[in-house]
Design a protein around this ligand. Structure first.
Ligand SMILES: Cc1cc2nc3c(=O)[nH]c(=O)nc-3n(C[C@H](O)[C@H](O)[C@H](O)COP(=O)(O)OP(=O)(O)OC[C@H]3O[C@@H](n4cnc5c(N)ncnc54)[C@H](O)[C@@H]3O)c2cc1C
Ligand code: SF4
Length: 472
């Protein structure tokens, strides 16, 4: 373990942010890493618990106590090897994971969990800086080829695992670059995109071929891809957004978050923004409907674009500031979460339902809202109007898009409209077609997508070879 008495002697200390007034002037990351010594001190706090709940709390089952000990002993290279044995892309999770591991840490009973995410990020950043991460091409090829449709974290993790197992892997992506929501949803200020480019280069060195601008089921019939490969993994994400079916929804200035965010990410990435009208928050009163990660990203992006005001509406009641630890630990608690974007100057309002979008000359001008009680019933007399020049809908995603690839394949869906498969075989209702990530589990997290990509790769390797050495 780290230092035997570490948790008694050393206080929890985490990465800080650059001041809001500075960071809103650009789209770069603004988290300040801990020094090497401070990171080692934080790793020293790990108690190496008999039952390491963090290890189970982490969806990829990162071996957290092991790498905490290695960092404490300054064996960073071995820590990086250990971390990569369970997680293909710890620099992604080390930046954007909500860290269910820290919620599960035993020290979280006292609100001072080990800074697991910060240590994870330090290990992998150091590994890249020192050139320890290079392509790991297979020693022998199998002669089998696999198509991975979609290059989000699920598709990338699956492709890397399969290429390392010796298969010829082809990734088909409808957009111009790889990464899925990591590239086009999550803003650069949370995760800069050169991190994805570096991994893509590593994977190309391992023999993965990326085909960009190929929308399977639209540009190419899905049957062509299936016919041309020994196995196919569907990793197309959950892209159908939840809509707000109220009068005035069609007014100009009301957009889905995923119409707004990708435009800014493309601007930052110097990509052609395409033929769509630019959606900009500059000089506008912005209202974001929906309280999750996507909503936060809309706030941070609007503030950077120069919005006059940003208000976030959430239909659920305001959660408690602190969870009831003894009833929730080691599980993910419901509590008020304040993101870095919230700190940049957004108003938040809870238990509010939008009744109507009001406009003038076809353009949004205000929202008509009402307060709701815990049972979602309207509170009489609580109606109010909120000025809005731009309304961003960030209420989650209902399912994968069915038109195109999914309908062409005729693959079976579950009750929620996701592609049906279990978490052992990851096999769809069709021969040699597998599915992973949000397309199977519904809207989720990067770390779950990585887990599913890894596990689906193992299932495909077993299907192709009759045996597999890939880890689950
Ligand atoms: C704005 C936003 C912010 C988020 N922030 C966080 C966060 O901070 N932390 C976190 O853990 N999670 C976050 N998430 C969730 C997380 O990004 C997703 O759960 C994760 O990316 C899912 O990975 P995936 O590989 O399954 O799908 P995706 O990342 O959605 O990737 C799917 C890919 O498939 C491609 N594709 C789809 N259909 C086709 C087709 N027919 N042909 C070719 N290509 C196709 C798409 O273009 C896309 O590149 C966020 C989500 C959003 C929308
Ligand atoms: S991937 Fe997420 S859950 Fe797992 S150790 Fe890292 S921060 Fe924790």
């Amino acid at each position: 373990m780290g230092k035997v008495t570490g948790f008694l002697e050393i206080d929890r200390q985490d990465r800080k942010y650059k001041p809001a007034a500075d960071r809103i002037r650009h789209y770069n990351e603004f988290v300040i890493p801990l020094s090497e010594e401070a990171t080692r001190d934080q790793a020293a706090r790990c108690m190496n618990c008999g039952i390491p709940f963090c290890h189970n709390g982490c969806p990829v089952n990162n071996q957290i106590p092991d790498w905490n000990d290695l960092v404490y002993r300054s064996d960073w290279e071995e820590a990086a090897r250990n971390l990569h044995s369970t997680n293909n892309f710890p620099e992604f999770t080390g930046r954007v994971c909500p860290a269910p591991c820290e919620a599960a840490c035993t020290l979280n009973i006292e609100d001072t969990p080990v800074t697991i995410k910060t240590i994870e990020c330090a290990i992998v950043d150091r590994a890249w800086e020192n050139g320890w991460l290079r392509p790991e091409p297979p020693s022998a090829k199998t002669g089998k080829n696999v198509a991975v449709i979609g290059s989000g974290p699920a598709g990338l993790a699956a492709a890397q695992q399969l290429a390392r197992a010796g298969h010829d892997v082809h990734v088909y992506e409808k957009f111009a670059k790889a990464g899925g929501l990591l590239r086009y949803g999550i803003p650069d200020f949370k995760m800069e995109k050169h991190l994805i480019d570096r991994r893509v280069a590593q994977m190309e060195g391992e023999g993965v071929t990326f085909h960009y601008g190929v929308h399977v089921g639209v540009d190419v019939p899905a049957s062509d891809i299936v016919g041309g490969h020994d196995a196919v993994i569907l990793a197309g994400g959950s892209e159908k957004p939840r809509d707000l079916p109220v009068p005035g929804r069609d007014l100009a200035g009301v957009h889905f978050a995923m119409e707004f965010l990708p435009q800014q990410n493309r601007r930052v990435g110097r990509e052609n923004a395409g033929p769509e009208e630019p959606i900009l928050a500059s000089g506008k009163h912005v209202v974001v409907i929906g309280g999750g990660d996507t909503g936060s990203d809309c706030i941070g992006t609007s503030v950077r674009q120069g919005a006059l005001s940003v208000t976030q509406l959430e239909i659920m009641p305001r959660p408690p500031e602190r969870e009831e630890k003894l009833t929730t630990w080691p599980y993910w608690p419901l509590k008020l979460r304040t993101s870095s974007s919230h700190q940049e100057g957004a108003e938040r309002d809870f238990a509010v339902m939008t009744k109507q979008v009001l406009g003038e000359n076809g353009v949004v001008k205000a929202l008509q809202c009402v307060r709701v009680d815990g049972k979602m019933q309207e509170v009489p007399g609580s109606e109010f109007e909120l000025r809005a020049d731009l309304v961003l809908l960030a209420m989650g995603f209902v399912s994968p898009v069915h038109e195109g690839m999914i309908k062409q394949l005729g693959v079976a869906l579950d009750g929620r409209g996701n592609v049906q498969a279990d978490t052992l075989a990851y096999k769809t209702s069709l021969d040699k077609i597998f599915v992973a990530g949000d397309m199977r589990r519904g809207q989720s997290l990067v770390v779950w997508a990585i887990r599913e990509g890894r596990q689906a790769a193992r299932a495909v390797d077993h299907f192709l070879m009759g045996a597999t050495n890939l880890p689950r």
